[in-house]
Structure formats: C-alpha cells, structure tokens
Design a protein around this ligand. Structure first.
Ligand code: URA
Length: 205
C-alpha cells in the first residue's frame, strides 16, 4: 500500500473533507488529487525507449511500455476518470457500475463494460472511497476473472476495514491512497471521511 502524504495532496483532501466545500470546488479538488495519486501509482511503470529528434540533436525518449486499463467505478469514480485519462492518454477505459444497498451495505452491480482478456495488462481501478471494501472486491474479482494480475486501486480515502477485506480476499491488488482514516461508522461511512463522494460531487439524487 502507498499512502501519498505530499502536502499538496493533503491540502486537496482537506478541501474535500470540509463540509463547507461546494460541489464545484469538491470536484476540482478531486481532479487535482487524482492527478497526484495516478502520478504516484505509475511511478514504477515500465517504459520503452524511443529514439527521437529534438530540434537540436537525437536522443532517447520514453513511452509507457504497457498503458493500463482505467476502470472508474460508477458513480463516484467518474470524477477521477477524465483526469486519469489526461495523464495517460494511451490508456483504454472500462466501466463498472455498482450501487450500494444502504441497508446491507452490499454492492449491487448494474453495469459492466470490460475487455475480455486482461492478462498482461495493468489495471487502475478508480474509486474515491475504499470503505467496507465490498465494491472494490467485487470489481477486482471481475478483473481477475478476465486474467488481470496487476491491479492498483486508486482511492482518495481508505478505511482500515476495507484494506483488511482486500487483504483477506487474496486478490492481486495494491492500494494507492491519500489517507487511511480511523474507521467506518454504523452506516458504513468513513470517519472522519468526507461524506458521500457521489453526492458531494453531483448532489444527492
Ligand atoms: N462511500 C462514500 O461515498 N463515503 C463513505 O464514507 C463510504 C462509502
């Protein structure tokens, strides 16, 4: 697990946590935080060398050897998708749609759009919140069933309970987050957290 504790990441996360932050400012802070999380998540990505000409000389350039598949988990993960894609324009994007049953806290799938074969492809799953871990485990199972072995969960906030569930699942996943918070409350919200990441971005529907 990688906790990105850069001061700029902490400042964006503070804006997102603050209950006074409106939707537009929340989305902007999540966009900027996403750039920082993706940047760190890709730090060790393999590169291929490409000979290029600058206006002055020939030199070695570098390109991603194997651009990842980006998988935002709808709805809240949508707010991370564009920024991740801007940073990795060669990436392909898949989608998983999950609603949370507010009584059982179990994920209810309503959409799945993923390539058939994910062997040899790194995958970045985008979801602002790793809370109970149920949605993340569900999503990574879908990916693992298609052969994925190199999966990174990119989340703004994580709860210890969610991290534990991921570890216990035995699934191949690494977590990159800006914070591991204290706990979940009885309603499954991360404490201190930031509230409902979907509602904070898009308003409650
Ligand atoms: N999902 C959210 O949006 N917020 C939480 O605190 C937990 C799950």
């Amino acid at each position: 697990m990688l906790v990105v504790e850069h001061p700029l990441a902490r400042a964006r996360l503070t804006t997102m946590r603050d209950a006074r932050t409106d939707s537009a400012a929340f989305r902007a802070a999540l966009h900027e935080l996403t750039v920082m999380l993706i940047y760190e998540a890709m730090r060790d990505a393999p590169v291929r060398i490409e000979r290029i000409h600058t206006p002055v000389a020939r030199t070695d350039g570098y390109r991603l050897a194997n651009p990842p598949l980006l998988v935002p988990v709808l709805r809240a993960g949508l707010g991370m998708a564009d920024q991740a894609h801007k940073l990795i324009p060669d990436a392909q994007m898949g989608f998983v749609g999950l609603a949370r049953d507010e009584e059982t806290l179990q994920p209810t799938p309503y959409m799945e759009s993923l390539p058939e074969d994910l062997s040899d492809r790194p995958v970045l799953v985008l979801d602002p919140m790793l809370a109970t871990g149920g949605s993340m485990v569900h999503t990574i199972r879908l990916l693992a069933n298609r052969g994925a072995t190199d999966v990174t969960a990119v989340v703004a906030l994580a709860a210890p309970e969610g991290i534990q569930l991921l570890e216990d699942s035995g699934l191949p996943v690494r977590v990159v987050t800006a914070s591991v918070d204290e706990r979940l409350n009885d309603s499954g919200y991360i404490v201190p957290g930031l509230g409902d990441a979907g509602d904070r971005q898009y308003g409650s529907v």
